[in-house]
Design a protein around this ligand. Structure first.
Ligand code: NAD
Length: 596
């Protein structure tokens, strides 16, 4: 018969423990909440009441339910209070020796049939279990932060965990309204194994001053639809906890350099900058524990006039190309009030692009997002041409031709001859070095990358790529133009993948490697990232949308430029591409789309 869990214990009421207490108490289960000292206990109690009060204020919890919830929690100092519970979840700091000591003590204190669970993110559940005389009743129950909100629980079984213990814990997760994935004991399990390489990489970009914290976070939120950027997420997780997780994953997970904690993390931990819980991490918060970011010395100052920081006035814009990106970009500029000259390689192509822009604008009218007058005005601002000579007096050129360096270089050399001095020359390349294009001209200081995302009229992000020769004025102009377009422009250096692709594709590649290693299924991995981390799509869903060939090409570029062994494309990805399984566009990728 399945176990009844009427009373559970939670050890450690920090970031995770306090949330886990709330999850149980909300679902009618009595909780003994244990801390190491009276002061820590009060902190834990305050976290719980703060969270439930916020839920009441937001109308998500009735006052009476909050009171009932809190009345189910018995706050105690010391493990002795756990003698009568059916299950204990430990959520103390991520140190093996501490956890082993606690489990040895729990083994002495708790009744023989009690299940002992750890919320560890990266340590070996097996190593923790052998500190007890009942390793078959030890299991990992890995909640996600914030525990009351995130739906996923990773249930981690060791080689000795009893099958009935696993089944009972799975049933408990369902009772708590969670979705569980059950997996074996491997460093980082599913979600953290895929998440922490990415977080560490984001910190390294910040440490190298490749982009600002705001820009790195905005890029991942707006470019990938993530609920928060990587640096804000590090603050939420806690830098001390993140450090320990990375360190353990590095040691347990095959010494992948990408998990070696970036030195800045250690420095911040030493300086007491632990993230939200201490009131300051990558960002500064209103007070310790508060989710509200307040300005500090790194907060960008909004300049009143964009011309103040040297931006040049832009009225007339040339857009070269006739593909998807060029078409979208023409629409974006025309709608924002710029005079646009579209240059393609022939009248036929121009007619096609013109049709596509009209169709898209008409859709806007049908959806009520654009008036007919505004549509006509936007179209009226575009001149269609097939000769570059018409770009002699534009203020900005945006190049969106085929992704081939020789073609782009030849085009920039021509623009250099044709355009007036002081023009900003921008490329929309997503993978080529902008400096190569810049050096095809005699005016590299005026050349910059403007990496729009597809579909350009919808995606709110533009990566502004500065080369080592780009002038401050050119960058300021690009920023000002993005603001007029209603886009968020993030400034980054001229490195393969810029911000978004550099952070996104290695994670996707890691997911493929995890699947290849048969650690989990594509469905469970997709679930884990959506329900544990709030991603809009799981990695395999996304790969099928992006195209496996595109993903492989980007991953190869990253690997070639950075020579990071961990970036080597997953052999399974290469095989699928060779086999013609390219994702939705070919009907099959990781999933078969022909029947969907
Ligand atoms: N932070 C996250 O996002 C996250 C997510 C999932 C899992 N985890 C895991 O959860 C565990 C806890 O992490 P956290 O971020 O909540 O840490 P935390 O530092 O916020 O909280 C740990 C708490 O444990 C208490 N504690 C320390 N020694 C104790 C003892 N002997 N007895 C009782 N309480 C004791 C501390 O006082 C503190 O309140 C770790 O294993 C971590 O890897 C963390």
């Amino acid at each position: 018969m399945a176990r009844e869990f009427t009373r559970v214990g939670v050890v450690g009421l920090g970031t995770m423990g306090a949330g886990i207490v709330e999850v149980f108490a909300r679902n009618g289960i009595d909780v003994v909440a244990v801390e190491i000292s009276a002061a820590a206990l009060e902190r834990g109690r305050a976290t719980l009441t703060g969270s439930t009060d916020r839920a009441v204020a937001k109308g998500k919890l009735a006052e009476a339910d909050r009171d009932a919830l809190l009345s189910r929690v018995d706050f105690q100092v010391g493990l002795g209070a756990l003698h009568s519970v059916d299950l204990v979840i430990e959520a103390v700091p991520e140190h093996l020796d501490l956890k082993q000591r606690i489990f040895a003590e729990l083994d002495r204190v708790c009744k023989p049939e009690a299940i002992l669970a750890t919320n560890t993110s990266s340590l070996s559940v097996t190593e923790i279990s052998v500190a007890t005389t009942r390793p078959n009743q030890v299991i990992g129950i890995h909640f996600f932060n914030p525990a009351p909100i995130m739906k996923l629980v990773e249930v981690v079984r060791t080689v000795v965990t009893s099958a009935d213990v696993v089944a009972d814990v799975e049933a408990l997760c369902t009772r708590l309204g969670k979705v569980d994935v059950t997996i074996n004991d491997r460093a980082g399990f599913i979600a953290n194994a895929l998440l922490f390489g990415y977080l560490n990489h984001a910190v390294s970009l910040f440490e190298a001053r490749y982009a600002s914290r705001e820009d790195i976070d905005a890029a991942m939120k707006l470019g990938c639809g993530l609920p928060m950027g990587p640096l804000a997420l590090m603050d939420l997780i806690g830098l001390d906890t993140a450090y320990e997780i990375l360190d353990t994953m590095y040691r347990r997970g095959g010494r992948d350099r990408r998990h070696a904690p970036v030195p800045l993390i250690k420095q911040m931990v030493t300086a007491g900058l632990l993230g939200r819980k201490s009131g300051r991490g990558f960002y500064t918060y209103e007070r310790p524990g508060s989710p509200k970011v307040v300005p500090d010395e790194q907060t960008p100052v909004a300049t009143k006039s964009s011309l103040a920081d040297g931006a040049r006035a832009i009225a007339k814009v040339g857009i070269v190309g006739s593909g998807t990106m060029a078409t979208g970009i023409i629409e974006v500029f025309a709608k924002a009030g710029y005079e646009v000259i579209s240059v393609t390689r022939g009248a036929e192509k121009s007619a096609k692009v013109c049709e596509a822009v009209k169709t898209s604008l008409n859709k806007g009218v049908v959806r009520g997002k654009l008036s007919e007058t505004d549509r006509d005005a936007a179209l009226g601002r575009v001149t269609w041409s097939a000769t570059l000579d018409h770009l002699a007096d534009v203020d900005l050129v945006v190049e969106a031709v085929v992704e081939e360096l020789s073609v782009k270089k030849a085009l920039f050399a021509s623009l250099d001859e044709i355009c007036k001095p002081g023009v900003v020359l921008a490329t929309t390349t997503s993978s080529l070095p902008v400096i190569d294009v810049a050096m095809a001209t005699q005016r590299p200081a005026d050349v910059i990358g403007l990496h729009f995302f597809n579909p350009a009229p919808i995606m709110p992000l533009v990566e502004i790529v500065r080369t080592i020769r780009t002038s401050a004025e050119t960058a300021a102009t690009a920023r000002a133009v993005c603001a007029v377009l209603g886009k968020t422009g993030v400034v980054c250096g001229d490195r393969s993948g810029f911000i978004v692709n550099a952070l996104l594709f290695p994670y996707l590649n890691d997911a493929v490697k995890m699947l290849e290693a048969s650690y989990s299924t594509a469905d469970d991995i997709d679930h884990a990232m959506k329900l544990g981390c709030g991603y809009p799509m799981g990695p395999f869903e996304l790969l099928d949308v992006v195209g496996l060939d595109v993903a492989l090409a980007i991953q190869r570029e990253l690997y070639l430029e950075l020579r990071e062994p961990g970036f080597a494309p997953a052999p399974l990805l290469e095989h699928l591409v060779t086999a013609g399984y390219l994702g939705r566009k070919s009907g099959r990728g990781f999933r078969d789309h022909t029947h969907l």
